[in-house]
Design a protein around this ligand. Structure first.
Ligand SMILES: NC(=O)c1ccc[n+]([C@@H]2O[C@H](COP(=O)([O-])OP(=O)(O)OC[C@H]3O[C@@H](n4cnc5c(N)ncnc54)[C@H](OP(=O)(O)O)[C@@H]3O)[C@@H](O)[C@H]2O)c1
Length: 287
């Protein structure tokens, strides 16, 4: 069986490839990226660019199971178009089974919302693919850990209100995806990949204070305050919009979901948010 990983050079893709190699099936992996020459894998590497669907036909040829990881291109409408192109190319190439990495809380959304990409992607996949599995990612524990570390100087963590998020460790997610792609019985399943606990804003600040040994509070702000605070960073407006959208989704309950899906799929206990934060902080201290 040939297992394609589209997005193999990214954080999640690399972790999935590592997991497949650790399970002794590295030679079956086809790692796909726009820069295949940079990939260090046991299996094959191929070039595939979501923006150039002609490259995807060759990239997906002969693949039995394809893990489709969206890009992080946040320009309105781009990702949805990319995912559609990838699904179409996989279907045309005769890929029998696509495992799509979507997002928690996905529901109908239109451009310019960031969530449109996942909605468009899921709907197109379900309509088009021969067999599919959808894994909806909760918010990465690693991404929040990095946000916390970058907020240390301010002495506070911010949010838009009463948020609850089921932060999932990317390593746990990668193991779950690898096992799902290798296993049977996942056709037509929609999994919700969450961590072991729902964490609110004040609790997030408490955990961060304990782990990092520095007192941090949780402060509720509004979208305009967040935008003003981030202005010095000079981020493009669509990236600011995406950050505001995620924080809004946090309080609207998009990530307020807890399942055993990752534990069942990965076959191991889930990593608590506090452990991910401690690991990322230790790594940052060494560099
Ligand atoms: N739930 C969350 O908390 C959360 C947080 C962060 C990200 N995410 C999402 O999770 C997914 C993976 O995250 P990650 O951390 O692994 O992201 P990442 O490290 O930025 O990896 C993105 C991957 O997309 C590929 N890519 C980018 N543009 C492409 C294009 N035009 N054609 C083909 N491939 C392209 C990149 O490959 P090349 O550049 O080598 O082509 C790379 O392998 C993304 O969809 C991201 O938006 C979720």
């Amino acid at each position: 069986m040939k297992i394609g990983i589209s997005g193999a050079s990214g954080n999640l893709g690399r972790a999935i490839v590592r997991e497949l190699e650790a399970r002794g099936v590295g030679e079956q992996v086809v790692a796909i990226s726009r820069s295949p020459e940079t990939l260090m894998v046991e299996g094959e590497t191929r070039r595939g660019d979501y923006d150039h669907p002609d490259t995807l036909a060759a990239a997906y040829a002969g693949i039995d199971r394809l893990v489709l990881i969206p890009s992080v291109d946040l320009r309105p409408g781009v990702r949805g178009r990319q995912i559609k192109a990838a699904v179409d190319a996989a279907f045309a190439a005769g890929v029998p089974h696509i495992v799509f990495l979507s997002a928690a809380g996905t529901r109908r959304a239109e451009v310019p919302a960031m969530g449109e990409a996942y909605w468009t992607g899921e709907q197109h996949l379900i309509r088009t693919a021969s067999t599919w599995t959808i894994i909806r990612m909760n918010y990465y524990a690693e991404s929040m850990a990095e946000e916390i570390l970058s907020s240390l100087d301010q002495g506070v963590l911010v949010g838009f209100g009463d948020e609850r998020v089921g932060y999932v460790s990317r390593e746990d997610l990668a193991t779950a995806v690898a096992r799902a792609v290798l296993g049977e019985g996942h056709a037509g399943a929609i999994y919700n990949a969450t961590g072991p606990a729902l964490i609110g804003g004040p609790e997030r600040a408490e955990i961060a204070s304990e782990v990092l040994g520095k007192s941090l509070g949780y402060v509720v702000i509004g979208p305009e305050q967040l935008r003003a605070g981030m202005e010095p960073l000079g981020l493009p407006s669509h990236v600011l919009d995406a950050i505001v959208e995620i924080k809004t989704q946090f309080v609207e309950g998009y990530f307020d979901i807890l399942t055993n899906d990752v534990e069942r799929l990965s076959g191991r206990a889930l990593t608590p948010f506090r452990d991910v934060l401690a690991k990322i902080a230790a790594h940052a201290a060494q560099n």
